[in-house]
Design a protein around this ligand. Structure first.
Ligand code: SF4
Length: 282
């Protein structure tokens, strides 16, 4: 809901900017007038999918961590095994003598450990890929993760706030990621939200992100959104319109059957338009 900074200025969340781009009146009714909303069942489903996404990623992090532990354990066990088997041998004879006398145990130990590491690695890779990331990418924060807690940015200077679903490090850049599990296609509101995150990341992380990512649908289709000046100008114009409404200007409805059908404040809106049943003349 609309919040205020220490000096009474409005702090607009990234999600609000996305909602405003769909219909200014819907945003006003929901975020400023705080009308009752009728929560769609899809919202609950979205939350569940979101949760399972962060769980999946968390599992991949845990598996990666265990792979490192196992690799260290394997190396330590191998060295220890060689040393205790041949304490009196010269160092360059140790491996040869140990393998000769205990070769089978050593090979079995190594093979079993490598098999476990391999299966952990496969499972980690699959989870990483299924959650929309590459194994080589460095996650800095994930919403819902206890290992990499999410980062919330609140800028009094910009009057903006936001908590990206994930934050990645790519070279010298910190990039925001937003997950939309129910999305079937790219929408302006997702782009607007991500562009606001990019403004916040630039202020708080000190470097302007060149792009961010949206993860769409159940299979986390990844879409790269460039942080272009013309896109940021669009966000600036949205924010100006929002601040005008916060200062008392009227909010214009932008009715459209497909928008109004999904609008959770449509019961409070006289401008709503309903979809015509199939076969009804236009
Ligand atoms: S019902 Fe339609 S016009 Fe009314 S607030 Fe919702 S989206 Fe806007």
């Amino acid at each position: 809901m609309a919040t205020r900074g220490p000096e009474g200025q409005h702090i607009i969340s990234a999600g609000e900017v996305g909602a405003f781009s769909v219909c200014p009146l819907s945003w006003k009714l929901k975020w400023i007038d705080r009308e009752d909303t009728k929560m769609e069942s899809s919202v609950e489903l979205g939350k569940q999918l979101h949760k399972s996404w962060s769980t999946l990623f968390e599992e991949s992090l845990l598996l990666t961590k265990w792979i490192r532990y196992l690799a260290v354990l394997l190396c330590s066990a191998g060295v220890f095994f060689l040393l205790i088997q041949s304490p009196k041998e010269r160092l360059d004879d140790i491996f040869f003598v140990s393998v000769q006398s205990h070769g089978l145990q050593l090979v079995v130990l190594m093979a079993a450990s490598l098999l476990v590491i391999r299966s952990f690695l496969k499972a980690a890779r699959r989870r990483h890929r299924d959650s929309g990331f590459a194994l080589s990418e460095i996650a800095v924060a994930i919403e819902g993760s206890s290992i990499l807690p999410s980062r919330e940015y609140i800028s009094v200077k910009q009057g903006l706030a936001g908590k990206p679903d994930a934050i990645l490090r790519e070279g010298d850049f910190i990039l925001p990621v937003e997950r939309k599990p129910l999305a079937k296609k790219l929408r302006d509101r997702y782009v607007a939200q991500l562009l606001v995150y990019m403004r916040l990341v630039e202020e708080f992380e000190g470097v302007r992100p060149p792009h961010g990512y949206l993860l769409l649908g159940e299979n986390c289709r990844r879409v790269k959104i460039e942080n272009q000046e013309r896109k940021q100008q669009w966000v600036t114009s949205l924010l100006s319109d929002m601040r005008r409404i916060l200062n008392g200007s009227p909010a214009k409805p932008q009715p459209h059957p497909s928008k109004c059908r999904k609008c959770d404040v449509r019961h409070r809106c006289s401008a709503r338009v309903d979809e015509r049943p199939p076969g009804t003349p236009g």
